[in-house]
Write a protein that binds this ligand. Structure first.
Ligand code: CTP
Length: 209
């Protein structure tokens, strides 16, 4: 099957030397990409900046901003069988990019941010994607209820939800523990290495040929 995966953070420039980003390492998305290739799938990984090696045998599109990631996904997702959108996309980006380095002046500085386009939330209607769609949910409270809300509003077949208030799992860690929220039930995936969760998710999408 043709599988598109997004991974990593995005980077939203403020001026030539500064940007907004988040703590995503990209490990979860890269682990899924590696397992999907091993299972015989044709994999396209669209990733924000990470320090990870790109797994062998996959097509790779590096991006920086949420807008670049949106455009790359919109371009390729409609011809895919599976979309796994694991990237930690910035929800807001600076309204203006300052072409000159912002100089220190007043005691406070106010940055105006505008919403980015929701890539996962655009998959079904705006991009016309009809394949199997997996989203992720980074939550700090009401994990299952918030994830189920995302599942419904974004038209997913599965939302993988993490409690990111815990430092031993999720962002930047080696392990993950997740709630797998399906339309008709929820499964608890006990704490394990990210590649174990990646293998399980790949097993859900079926064989590679
Ligand atoms: N996502 C996306 N595009 C965005 C923001 C998020 O595709 N601009 C995707 C992420 O890749 C993830 C899912 O949406 O699969 C949920 O991300 P999360 O940050 O948990 O949720 P948000 O939809 O941004 O909602 P909130 O921040 O209010 O929890």
């Amino acid at each position: 099957m043709k599988v598109l995966i997004t991974a990593g953070p995005t980077r939203e420039a403020i001026d030539p030397v500064r940007y907004l980003t988040n703590r995503s390492s990209g490990k979860m998305g890269y682990a899924i990409a590696g397992e999907a290739v091993r299972a015989g799938h044709q994999v396209l990984l669209i990733s924000g900046p990470t320090s990870l090696d790109v797994p062998d045998g996959i097509d790779f599109i590096p991006v920086e901003t949420a807008e670049e990631m949106y455009n790359a996904v919109a371009n390729y997702l409609p011809r895919m069988d599976v979309g796994i959108l694991a990237a930690a996309v910035a929800d807001y980006t600076p309204r203006v990019f300052s072409h000159q380095k912002i100089k220190k002046s007043d005691d406070t500085l106010t940055l105006e941010l505008i919403k980015t386009k929701d890539i996962l939330g655009s998959a079904r209607v705006a991009m016309g994607f009809t394949g199997f769609l997996i989203g992720f949910a980074a939550e700090t409270e009401n994990v299952e209820a918030n994830a189920r809300h995302k599942l419904v509003t974004k038209g997913c077949d599965l939302v993988v939800a993490n409690d990111v208030s815990r430092s031993d799992i999720g962002f930047d860690s080696h392990d993950n523990e997740a709630l797998l929220v399906f339309p008709d039930h929820t499964e608890h995936f006990a704490k394990a290495a990210k590649h174990e969760l990646a293998m399980y998710l790949v097993s859900l999408i079926g064989g590679g040929e």
